[in-house]
Design a protein. Sequence first.
Length: 168
Amino acid sequence: MDVFASRGKASIPRVLEGMDPAPLRELRLVDADLLLTVEDGDLRVEGSFEALGEGFCDLCSDPVTLRLGKAFNTFLTPLSRDRAAAASVELHEEDLDVGYYDGTGIETNDILWEQVALELPLRVVCSEECRGVCPVCGKNRNLEACSCKAGDAPGPFAILKNMKGKKE
């Protein structure tokens, strides 16, 4: 089995090049550790990563910097292994993250990409207390109060109320 990897700390920031970091604008890997153990064609991957992401708050549009990171364990087995042999591999609770590889080699960057992608937030917020932008006047309610009432903003279907009963 061949393992394709970039070596050294200088290559770490380039590992995520080409990855779509949505909903973040930018994402860069700060630190990563991988320990690969091969046994009978199976590959156990133990690792961790730390990344910094930049984006904008989904509620108020303020710039946000997020720190992502986690430790992970992954178990990779060859696709070519017959199902009976694969069923005989003893997995522990921490090994429930099982993947497959084509049997000829793996790309360590792909392992890191997958783990980073799993940690990307679905929604970016500057803080849990963010009050967002007023839908009526557009003021950032974190910075200043507005006198708008909650019902002042027309909803997305308000135009349909005016159409009720009218025929063209």
